[in-house]
Design a protein around this ligand. Structure first.
Ligand code: SAH
Length: 280
């Protein structure tokens, strides 16, 4: 009995710790590996970044992930826009295509409109004004035949989107907006571009201080080609401008300055908001 008891005691003494160790190994390993997965798991299509702030609350971490997914969603929309609306309609200039792939159009519209930002149509930007359909932005930009070292004047800043598209391509952009509220918002948005200057005045008169310009783009329609804009266009420069009565029967023109002469070519029919005039 005594011996038997001793054996049992030895058995317990030996088997218990081993069983305990095995229990810990088998039970805890899966838990450890699960939690490791939970930390490093990355949503599909997103490149994992190293954890930067370990003090983040769950809520903050979720917000960051949501933002990344959101950016990814807009990037996809942008790629579809370029493929189906721009390249499919024969816009070939690589610089224009690249710029339209890069500039986040949704950033230039009100939050409530962001999901429509890449649709094939103009969008309201407040104060009765619109941001042009993506294809028209691309067509006008391509028509300027930009090589990259131009100084460009835009009349009608609006949301700032067209200015951003050009700023990705050239050295310097000057853009003029007549409505103070639109000027203020677009000026803020365009702060990310060091090569864009924004002004709040009647663009019918161009921007004398920085003339001459290699290219001029007008994104509101006057009923005639403003003489001050022709004067501020450099020799050999190109101006793209819609001309016509408010709301209908407008034509987009390419105006090329050739010394004292100007050559005018028709591009296509368009509908733009009217170029309004200051009251003084
Ligand atoms: N290019 C803009 C779209 C502009 S819509 C964009 O990418 O969002 C036309 C803009 O021209 C409007 O914002 C309107 O206020 C502005 N505008 C109209 N007449 C103007 C004038 N005389 N001078 C400057 N801006 C003018």
């Amino acid at each position: 009995m005594k011996i038997k008891n001793n054996r049992m005691f030895f058995g317990f003494k030996f088997i218990l710790p081993v069983a305990l160790a095995l229990f810990i190994i088998f039970c805890c390993l899966p838990v450890l590996s699960c939690s490791k997965n939970a930390i490093t798991k990355t949503p599909p299509g997103i490149i994992a970044e190293p954890e930067r702030n370990t003090n983040k609350t769950d809520e903050e971490a979720a917000l960051t992930e949501e933002k990344i997914l959101d950016d990814d969603k807009f990037k996809l929309m942008r790629m579809n826009m370029v493929q189906n609306q721009i390249a499919a309609r024969n816009i070939k200039d690589e610089k224009v295509i690249e710029s339209m792939l890069k500039v986040p159009r949704h950033f230039f519209v009100d939050e409530s409109q962001q999901n429509s930002a890449y649709e094939d149509r103009p969008l309201h930007i407040g104060m009765g004004q619109t941001i042009s359909q993506p294809y028209i932005v691309a067509l006008m930009t391509e028509s300027l035949e930009l090589s990259g070292d131009e100084k460009v004047l835009e009349i009608g800043t609006g949301s700032g989107y067209q200015a951003a598209i050009i700023a990705e391509i050239v050295n310097q952009v000057y853009t003029v907006e007549i409505i103070p509220q639109l000027y203020n918002t677009s000026k803020d948005r365009l702060k990310i571009y060091e090569n864009v200057k924004v002004s709040n005045h009647d663009g019918y008169y161009g921007w004398e201080e920085f003339a001459p310009f290699d290219s001029i783009i007008v994104t509101a329609a006057p009923d005639h080609i403003p003489q001050p804009l022709v004067s501020q266009l450099a020799d050999g420069g190109i101006m793209v401008i819609p001309v016509g009565p408010p709301g209908w029967n407008q034509t987009l023109y390419k105006v090329i300055k050739d010394g004292e002469d100007i050559v005018i070519k028709e591009i296509t029919s368009v509908i733009f908001v009217p170029l309004t005039r200051s009251k003084e």
